[in-house]
Design a protein around this ligand. Structure first.
Ligand code: CO8
Length: 258
């Protein structure tokens, strides 16, 4: 199906999803989030796709939820439609690794969308922020919870209460992004990184996602047990035997997702 607010390119094992509402700095409206959710679902079901990159334009990953769309809504509209609830759940349910490649503004829902991905690669032009306070509201798709886990309470409070932006250097220093690259190289670096991940055993990459994400939801001892059992379970796979044999034989592993 042709999308109107995103562009999807399925390359060699990597799906590149580009947010495409340039006139509104990729503001997230219901149409865009609906299409994004559908594209993620389709990428999840497509055997050819092994990892996903979500990106925006040079100027904006996404400047937040669409303020024009939200401005006239009532509590009843938001609550009964569970505004943005279904779409964000689809993104979080994806079991394949998702990288956010962020240049320019990632504000409000844009910052939250980036944080919903598995990790963020930032261009040196990236600016992150949760400026909802300036609109008389708070973050709505995870900003208060995820930013706090990424950067700690003090910085998260600062960002949410003042609405100030964080540049790429500060974001890397604070643990919000995994790496910063020159803006011109952002797409290539993100695709190369997604390509590297695509070479791994998909069983193992899915297990990594489950293990790391579990650390947000449980105690340390339960998380350690969960991780150890996953580690044990992977010894039932051919990919474990292949990966270890390849190391010993000093050759590249040929994973078959079995
Ligand atoms: N929504 C709608 N339109 C937007 C948005 C947005 N979030 N951001 C920018 N635009 C539009 C502008 O209105 C403008 O349109 P037009 O040309 O028709 O006037 C166009 O994009 C370009 O924007 P600017 O002229 O403002 O560009 P500047 O370079 O001067 O400024 C900024 C760039 C600083 C990014 C500025 O546009 C800005 O402050 N944008 C708003 C940022 C913001 O407040 N984001 C938070 C929104 S609220 C939110 O995200 C809540 C998330 C939770 C929702 C989930 C619900 C459950």
């Amino acid at each position: 199906m042709a999308f109107e607010t995103i562009i999807v390119d399925i390359g060699d094992h990597v799906a590149l999803i580009t947010l495409n509402r340039p006139d509104a700095l990729n503001a997230l409206n219901a149409a865009l989030l609906g299409e994004l959710a559908q594209a993620i679902r389709e990428a999840g079901e497509n055997d050819k796709v092994r990892s996903i990159v979500i990106t925006g334009s040079d100027k904006a990953f996404a400047a937040g939820a669409d303020i024009s769309e939200m401005a006239s809504k009532s509590f009843v509209d938001m609550f009964t439609s569970d505004y943005m609830g279904t779409q964000t759940r689809d993104l979080l349910n994806c079991r394949k690794p998702i990288i956010a490649a962020v240049a320019g503004y990632a504000l409000g829902g844009g910052c939250e969308l980036a944080m919903m991905c598995d990790f963020i690669i930032a261009a040196d032009t990236a600016k992150f922020g949760q400026p909802e306070i300036n609109l008389g509201v708070v973050a709505g798709i995870g900003g208060s919870q995820r930013l706090t886990r990424f950067v700690g309470k003090s910085k998260a409070m600062d960002m949410h209460l003042t609405g100030r932006f964080m540049d790429a250097d500060e974001a890397e220093r604070s643990g919000l992004v995994s790496r910063v690259v020159p803006a011109k190289k952002l797409k290539d670096e993100a695709l190369a990184c997604a390509g590297k991940i695509a070479e791994k055993s998909q069983i193992a990459t899915m297990a990594v996602k489950e293990a790391v994400n579990r650390s947000y939801e449980t105690t340390l001892s339960e998380g350690l047990l969960f991780e150890r059992r996953l580690f044990h379970a992977l010894f039932a796979t051919e990919d474990q035997a292949e990966g270890m044999a390849a190391f010993i034989e000093k050759r590249e592993a040929q994973f078959r997702d079995k």
